[in-house]
Design a protein around this ligand. Structure first.
Ligand code: F6P
Length: 536
């Protein structure tokens, strides 16, 4: 959406409404016991409860007006129709086409892209199945029993999260690992204990220019060659890329390359061939369930009315928290060990999408945009940063994500306690504890201020029945569309990431010419000390 966010009538009304003051959260909940039932939304299997956010019915109505004025619904339609919504790169953002059923027709430049999506899924499925049933052998005739996926950012975070979240479904006799960091220690760890003869390397890079991934791919190929010889090593490397000519130049032939469409953004690419390692781990049917879960939310976001539309409502509340209430960060706390990579995944999804200061019109934004996203699994987070959430000087809205059932704990001994902790934290953040309550408990007067909690700290609860592929897909698609909603209101491009380019460019200049004359004094001193420490 182009044009200024803050000149819209709904924005002006929202500012006035905020300035009139919002009742404390504790009061909102106490005065209206049905608030959670009324505001909560079921999106597929997810229960999303925004009742602990600092919003009233008036706030929500005004946010819905804002969504109308900023054409949120029409923007989703344009995105799903394959219009070039990634305006600064002049391409569509068609991640929804990756989970479209085979009969759907979605045209880009007059060509229906759905058949190619399904053809790639079929090729992935053939490879994954042949590995899973032991038919895919390596150059020496040994079956492939290990897959190591190399990639970074969007070519890593989604698959790593999904593989971990669904690890209870993984085939036990297969090893699936990921390596992203340029630090060689990461690759050493990923290859540790594996045999070249039974290992397949998947090089995931949309651009096939990313230094981290290509460096790891070279080293991994060297490791394979040491065990198998240079020629035979080539059979053990496949590519996932939007640039097959570059992967071919790297030495990976077309028949071992899986094409990632140019119109899929890296951070939206889990349901593409970037998810190949996940498909190997959990099997094609489970991978297709993941896609079906995402599809379910695509349909929901395209059809549900604004205030019953889970992702849209969450995106609007993000705008409210960030732009109107001035919250600079947001914590994500999954009360599920297997979702512990979710904060890292969301950091890229949200911060790479919303960390923009220029509108689609090329003007400076006139309101704060993307918040810092951070977090870790509950209850670990409770023993680390929750002190700040409860008593720090900044208010940090949180997403608290719970899971009802897990095969790891069928009787619920751990699960019941986990959920009790989630519920307790949400309530403590909401209501706090007054001075009078603390004093009444017999606390010595000098400790009363220290033991008082202001409360009125917002959170959203998301409850999942179980970590199935479909539920995971629903959760991730909800966050995708939530992110796009906020970007649409702000009038920024959520699909580009120009901000990562400068650092990349300087890194290659420094790596190529560490003694170059145009480095600043701090860089020169850093490099001098580095060389001294390395004795070079
Ligand atoms: O961090 C910048 C970025 O371009 C991300 O957007 C992307 O997901 C990642 O690098 C990896 O890019 P590629 O898949 O092209 O290697």
């Amino acid at each position: 959406m182009t044009g200024s966010t803050t000149t819209s009538a709904a924005w002006t009304a929202l500012v006035r409404h905020r300035d009139d003051g919002i009742a404390p959260l504790g009061k909102l909940l106490t005065d209206d016991p049905g608030r959670a039932t009324r505001l909560g939304i079921e999106v597929g299997d997810l229960w999303i409860d925004p009742s602990r956010q600092q919003v009233t019915d008036t706030t929500l109505a005004l946010l819905a007006d804002l969504a109308d004025e900023r054409s949120v619904a029409a923007s989703f339609q344009r995105m799903m129709d394959g219009q070039p919504v990634n305006a600064t790169e002049g391409i569509p953002a068609l991640h929804t086409a990756l989970r479209a059923p085979g009969h759907e027709v979605i045209r880009v430049g007059g060509v229906d892209v759905v058949p190619a999506v399904h053809a790639t899924l079929d090729r992935m499925s053939d490879l994954a199945t042949s590995i899973r049933d032991g038919r895919r052998t390596g150059a020496t005739g040994e079956p492939i029993t290990a897959v190591v996926s190399l990639g970074i950012g969007g070519s890593h975070l989604g698959p790593a999260l999904a593989a971990e979240a669904l690890s209870h479904l993984a085939q036990a006799d297969l090893t699936v690992r990921f390596s992203s960091n340029l630090d060689g220690a990461d690759l050493v760890e990923a290859l540790d204990g594996l045999e070249p003869a039974s290992t397949l390397i998947v090089v995931c890079s949309k651009s096939f220019t990313t230094v981290e991934t290509l460096t790891a791919a070279q080293s991994a190929r060297g490791w394979l060659a040491e065990g198998l010889g240079v020629d035979r090593a080539a059979e053990h490397v496949v590519a996932v890329t939007a640039s097959p000519e570059r992967s071919e130049a790297f030495g990976i032939p077309a028949e071992l390359t899986f094409e990632l469409p140019q119109w899929v953004g890296g951070r939206f690419s889990l349901p593409s061939a970037v998810g190949l390692a996940v498909m190997v781990a959990i099997g094609p049917p489970a991978f297709m369930e993941l896609l079906a879960g995402m599809r379910l939310v695509d349909e929901h976001v395209a059809t549900a009315p604004t205030l019953r539309n889970g992702p849209v409502l969450l995106g609007l509340i993000d705008v409210w928290n960030r732009s109107l209430l001035g919250r600079t960060s947001m914590a994500v706390v999954p009360y599920a060990h297997r979702l512990k990579l979710l904060p890292a995944y969301l950091q890229q999804l949200s911060m790479e999408s919303l960390g923009k200061g220029t509108t689609l019109d090329g003007l400076a934004v006139d309101t704060p945009t993307g918040a810092v996203v951070w977090g870790t699994a509950g209850t670990d987070g409770q023993h680390a940063f929750f002190q700040l959430l409860h008593q720090g000087t900044d208010v940090v809205p949180c997403d608290l994500i719970g899971v009802a059932r897990t095969a790891a704990d069928p009787r619920g001994a751990h699960q019941n306690l986990l959920l009790a902790n989630l519920a307790a934290q949400a309530a403590a953040l909401t209501h706090g504890r007054t001075r009078a309550e603390v004093a009444a408990g017999g606390t010595p007067p000098d400790l009363v201020p220290h033991r008082t909690f202001a409360g009125n700290r917002p959170s959203t609860t998301i409850l999942l029945p179980e970590l199935t592929p479909s539920v995971l897909g629903q959760l991730l698609a909800t966050y995708e569309h939530r992110t796009v909603t906020a970007a649409t209101v702000w009038g920024i491009d959520p699909f580009d990431q120009w901000g990562v380019e400068l650092g990349k460019e300087l890194a290659s200049r420094i790596a190529a010419d560490p003694d170059g004359g145009d480095h600043d004094g701090s860089t020169i001193e850093l490099l001098r000390r580095y060389r001294e420490l390395r004795g070079t």
